[in-house]
Write a protein that binds this ligand. Sequence first.
Ligand code: ATP
Length: 257
Amino acid sequence: MIQIQHVSKTYDNRSIIKDISFQVEKGESFGIIGPNGSGKSTLLKLCSGIEKSNKGTIQINGNQMYTYTKRQLAKWIGVLQQEALPLIGFSVREVVEMGRYPYQNWMGSEKQDTEQLITDIMEKLEIEPLKNRTLEQLSGGERQRVALGKVMAQQPQILMLDEPTTYLDIGHQVQMMDYIRNWQTQNQLTVISVLHDLNLAAMYCDRLLLLHEGEIVKVGTPSEVLKSELISQVYGTEPIVFTHPELNVPQLLLKSK
Ligand SMILES: Nc1ncnc2c1ncn2[C@@H]1O[C@H](COP(=O)(O)OP(=O)(O)OP(=O)(O)O)[C@@H](O)[C@H]1O
């Protein structure tokens, strides 16, 4: 579905992403993890086309990314960025409807009637009761669900998420990740997420990419990547790694030094 080959990125002569190659299959949930400043967000921006690489190629569904127009790319890739939501004035429903822009003509209308699609998405995310409120009248968790609703309305094949659970409490973190996983499994959606929380990453990702100083340390299943020695080498703190008693995935406990 998405293939990254020998991709590098420099900012101001600083090498941020160094010759990275990996691929993500259709329907897969793929997590990018690594310490602060390791290049996770930059890598995601390269994968979504927000930033251009200095070297290497990115293919979406077998075609070079640069061959897609912005509008075509928006039908393939949806990016969840909370800070990108308009701040004032728009109602919740209007914001979700904005996700339809790749399908609209220059007058903002489209052939398909999307009333029902928008209502279904809002019901699924339990934001229908908030539909007439404006964004500044919402909590952080509600705003995050609206942001997800907007990107769902875009009906992308690939969803890219940069820290989707930041500012959410544990209940809302799990709720958010469950919404995404349900959407993923029901629609064969491909998901690429940058996650700081390694326990959530292990619970919700099929494979993980561990990044350190712009280079891949390891790509593999959560059990292959979340090993005490690797985490200690990259994050500088050695965790206790154990297996989740119900989900059978690795989980980490922190130790003080
Ligand atoms: N537009 C930019 N111009 C210059 N340097 C940048 C730019 N964007 C990111 N960087 C630098 O690239 C490096 C990697 O940043 P990036 O945001 O990709 O890391 P990250 O792993 O997502 O970090 P964090 O976990 O702290 O969010 C950092 O040193 C950052 O200062």
